[in-house]
Design a binder for this molecule. Structure first.
Ligand SMILES: Cc1cc2nc3c(=O)[nH]c(=O)nc-3n(C[C@H](O)[C@H](O)[C@H](O)COP(=O)(O)O)c2cc1C
Length: 157
């Protein structure tokens, strides 16, 4: 069977935890998108910095991925919501990598204000099929969405 790739960015580890749960359940390969320069400072200053970056369309440098995307037809793509859209590191990824012909299944962690994140992912994944997106709400580091909803979604991957 074709191996899928779980590819995610995470700043406070919510998206990372979900990514690892999907990996355990499906046996898919997993890869993290990491910025070259880590975000530093307290949470609120990163929230402010994130606002500036999203509004300017800033794309922080990211480290080269540890996998070759050519080996995967399906990518399960995880991002936190930053200011109603995907995180800047994911913007960098989408601008640097070609997803043509692939199927992209997004999972989007957030605090309850997802905004236009999924529409933006659909637009950003050029020439790819974006399907079966899930929006996973957290209260700080605690998942609010019932665990059974996430399990059902994972079972369909
Ligand atoms: C810079 C920044 C901006 C955020 N903007 C939003 C937002 O617009 N809507 C929302 O629901 N949550 C927002 N959040 C909360 C995160 O989306 C949420 O905590 C997410 O689960 C964090 O994922 P992570 O732990 O993988 O980084 C924001 C968090 C940060 C750091």
């Amino acid at each position: 069977m074709e191996k899928k790739l779980i590819l995610y960015y995470s700043y406070t580890n919510n998206t990372k935890k979900v990514a690892e749960q999907i990996q355990k359940a499906t046996g898919s390969d997993i890869c993290e998108i990491e910025t070259v320069k880590p975000y530093t400072g307290d949470y609120n200053s990163v929230v402010d910095q994130g606002k500036q970056e999203v509004h300017r369309g800033y794309k922080p440098a990211i480290k080269p991925l540890s996998v070759d995307l050519e080996n995967y037809n399906t990518i399960i793509l995880g991002t936190p919501v930053w200011w109603y859209t995907y995180a800047p590191a994911v913007a960098t990824f989408l601008s640097e990598y070609d997803l043509s012909g692939k199927t992209i299944i997004p999972f989007v962690t957030n605090g309850g204000w997802i905004g236009h994140t999924i529409k933006d992912i659909e637009k950003g994944c050029k020439n790819a099929i974006v399907t079966n997106a899930i929006d996973i709400k957290f209260d700080t580091d605690k998942m609010v969405m019932p665990e059974s909803n996430l399990e059902k979604w994972i079972a369909c991957l």
